[in-house]
Structure formats: structure tokens, C-alpha cells
Design a protein around this ligand. Structure first.
Ligand code: GAL
Ligand code: CA
Length: 312
């Protein structure tokens, strides 16, 4: 089906346990059906494992490699290794620094603009706050909020947090950040962190921003145990991703809103670029079906997803 027998693509994933990444992974697998085959491996959160997996792909004669790096600052080493063996690379979701991207012209990045997601999440929270005076529970004219961060050093953690806050401030909302803590994007960590915030500040917390949906869902669980939702008080929680479970929470009125992170298009773009490179062509916008900026970047747009509670 348009590809020679010996062409194959390796896919190195940072952690199979990550919900959003699992969706991208599925999208890549679907694209490869009846086309250039892929082998997908899990680094389970260890960069050393991932380096070995990539070396193995090179030894086994893979024609291109898609990488979701464990530690994005390790991308330089991966690029150097692949350049020496002329195996092209497509990174996605965990963005290599510009200097690394500049090391070789057979390196691409597919991602979504973290700044946009922070702004969109901030707008959902701002519009709720401004139209619901009762959300200011202690009536002091300020929003006492908490942040549940993703991984330290991840572009999404840093920029989502920064632009969420910046968007609230430019909407004229006065803020008091009560707590902020770092996690690894997982629901159980969202639960633990929120439970500890509640132990420390209890009902003083008026709003929650979680850097992704899994963290937001964990936070909601902790809030429910404390009597919020299901007939109790509502507290605005905003996430990012729009995963299937996140969308259910939009529907049942617990999650105030989220921002759709388009896994399917990120997976498809990464696959199509890798296929072109694997078959020895320079990817063009016409063939891959996505615009390419700065020569080797493809940006898939975010979009806001307000939930049922945001409409009330
Ligand atoms: C983010 C996503 C998170 C997590 C992370 C992994 O873009 O929102 O849920 O998947 O990537 O790098
Ligand atoms: Ca207040």
C-alpha cells in the first residue's frame, strides 16, 4: 500500500500510563493500519530506557523514529545519535529546546501552543467568576485559588500556569494564590495534592486550576469527599485536554471547563511526517495536510470546551 516492505517507523513513548498520550498513541496506531508499520515502546518514565530503545530502533534498521521524550532536555543527545545514523526524527508533545531542533534538518516537532491553552483555561475561569458573585465565598473581592501543576520543566506546566494567571489578572480579577504543587499529570496525584490543600486551607479555597484533566478529576474527587458537588457547594475547577473522562465531567457539571488538546491530529501529523521522512522525502504541507511553520514545526490548535456548569 504505497510503501516498500522494509520501511518501518519506531515510536518511543515517555509513559504508557499517561491518559492524553495514550490517545495520541492510538491515533498513530490507527494511521499505520495498512500503511507503513509502527512499533510502539514504553519508557515508563525513564530517559535511560528510552535512549536504549532508540538505539535499538537504529540497530534494527528503522527508517524514522517518533519520539515523545521523557526529559525534553535529553533531546539533543537523541538528535545527535540519529543524525549520525541518518534516521530522521519527529518529536511530539514534549518540545525540544530550539538549539536542539536546530542541530539537524531531519528533525520535526508536532505540538500545541501551551500559551493558548493557558489563555483559554483562564478565560473560562474569568467568565465564570465575573458572572457568579457568589463564587467569591468570603466576599473579599479577590479570588483565593490553588494550582495543581504538571511536571516541572514541561513547557505545558510552565506556560499554562503563567498564562492562566495572566489572563485572570488582565480580566481585572484580583488573586491570592493559596497553594501550588507539582505532579506527574496523574489523577491520583491530583487527588492527593488537592486533599492536602484542603487539609491546609479548607473552605478558603475558591477556585482550582489543574494543568490537565486527570489532575482536575483527581481534585474533584477530593472535593467531593469534602462535601462539594452532588448537592453541596459548587467550586470552579478548570483542566486541560478534553479527554473522554474529562468530557464526562463537563457533562455531569463537576468540571467547569477544559481546553481541547487534539490528540488525533497530533498523532496523525506526527505519523504522516515520519512516513515522508522514512520514505526519503521532505514532508510538504500538501502531502501531510498540515501547515509547517519555521520549517519544521507543526502546531495543532487548542479549543476551549466549557462544561454544563459554565453555561448556568
Ligand atoms: C500535555 C497533556 C498532559 C500530559 C502531558 C504529557 O500536553 O495536557 O495531560 O499528557 O502533555 O507530556
Ligand atoms: Ca475571595
Amino acid at each position: 500500500m504505497g510503501s516498500s516492505d522494509d520501511v518501518k517507523i519506531g515510536v518511543a513513548i515517555y509513559d504508557f500510563e499517561d491518559s492524553f498520550i495514550a490517545e495520541v498513541r492510538d491515533a498513530i496506531a490507527v494511521c499505520s493500519e495498512g500503511d507503513v508499520p509502527v512499533t510502539i515502546v514504553d519508557a515508563a518514565g525513564r530517559q535511560q530506557t528510552q535512549n536504549e530503545q532508540i538505539e535499538q530502533f537504529i540497530k534494527d534498521g528503522y527508517s524514522a523514529i517518533i519520539v515523545n521524550s521523557v526529559d525534553r532536555t535529553a533531546s539533543g543527545v537523541i538528535i545527535e545519535k540519529c543524525r549520525q545514523n541518518d534516521v530522521p526524527l519527529v518529536f511530539f508533545n514534549r518540545e525540544p529546546v530550539k538549539d536542539d531542533m536546530a542541530k539537524w534538518d531531519k528533525v520535526y516537532y508536532v505540538g500545541a501552543d501551551a500559551v493558548d491553552s493557558g489563555v483559554m483555561a483562564g478565560r473560562i475561569m474569568a467568565s465564570y467568576w465575573l458572572s457568579h458573585p457568589e463564587a467569591d465565598r468570603n466576599g473579599d473581592g479577590r479570588m483565593q485559588f490553588v494550582i495543581i501543576r504538571g511536571e516541572t520543566g514541561h513547557q505545558d506546566t510552565e506556560l499554562r500556569t503563567e498564562y492562566f494567571i495572566e489572563t485572570l489578572l488582565s480580566a481585572g480579577i484580583m488573586l491570592d494564590k493559596l497553594h501550588e504543587d507539582t505532579t506527574r499529570w496523574r489523577r491520583e496525584e491530583g487527588y492527593d495534592v488537592m486533599a492536602s490543600f484542603l487539609n491546609r486551607s479548607g473552605d478558603a479555597i475558591e477556585a482550582v486550576f489543574a494543568n490537565n484533566d486527570d489532575l482536575a478529576l483527581g481534585a474533584i474527587e477530593a472535593l467531593q469527599e469534602r462535601g462539594y458537588f452532588n448537592g453541596g457547594d459548587f467550586i470552579p475547577v478548570v483542566g486541560i485536554d478534553g479527554t473522554p473522562t474529562g468530557r464526562k465531567a463537563l457533562e455531569n457539571g463537576t468540571l467547569l471547563g477544559t481546553v481541547f488538546n487534539d490528540a488525533e491530529n497530533q498523532g496523525r501529523a506526527a505519523y504522516r511526517i515520519a512516513k515522508e521522512l522514512a520514505e526519503g522525502r521532505v514532508p510538504t504541507e500538501e502531502v501531510i495536510g498540515y501547515s509547517i511553520t519555521d520549517d519544521r514545526y507543526v502546531w495543532i490548535p487548542y479549543s476551549p470546551l466549557p462544561g454544563k456548569a459554565a453555561e448556568e
